[in-house]
Design a protein around this ligand. Structure first.
Ligand SMILES: [Cu+2]
Length: 155
């Protein structure tokens, strides 16, 4: 999978040709209400590679994040057509798509640009869904969100 992610990032980089200077984080925090939404390119898609929908797995669950048509970049880095993953655990995406995603037990940020996580889950059924966020943790417009999967965790 690493190869795919690198390829996607390289593709995004080659398509956009943004000068490196624009990759710097903003100097000061921007009030949430003033955060502009970042456009996602047509056809961009987030998906959970593993586990499969309906799978029965043991905790901790290794979740692999897939992304098509965009690249992965760490939080705080502004670069066209990139974002970082958020894993929604047993929850829906927040109703306001223009607000930065909170960090909670159910909304886990992967701000270093991780594409895989080991997630401890209690026994029973759980839902997992990926939602990409921009450098400010705000979902793109339109949102790049995966299908929600349901898994069963056993002891
Ligand atoms: Cu985030």
């Amino acid at each position: 999978m690493r190869t795919l992610v690198i390829a996607a990032l390289a593709l995004a980089a080659s398509l956009t040709a943004v000068p490196l200077a624009s990759a710097q984080a903003p100097a000061a925090p921007v009030p949430a209400a003033a955060l502009p939404r970042t456009a996602s390119p047509p056809g961009a898609e987030a998906y959970i590679i593993s586990p499969k929908d309906g799978a029965t797995v043991k905790s901790p669950v290794v979740v692999q994040f897939g992304l098509k048509g965009m690249g992965v970049a760490p939080a705080g880095v502004k670069f066209d057509n990139t974002g970082h993953h958020h894993l929604l655990i047993d929850t829906d995406a927040p109703a306001d798509p223009g607000a930065p995603l909170p960090a909670t037990d159910k909304i886990v940020h992967f701000g270093k640009g991780q594409t895989e996580a080991s997630v401890p889950l209690s026994p029973g059924k759980h839902t997992l869904q990926l939602l990409l966020g921009d450098q400010n943790h705000v979902p793109h417009n339109p949102p790049v969100i995966s299908r929600k999967i349901t898994i069963t965790v056993t002891q």
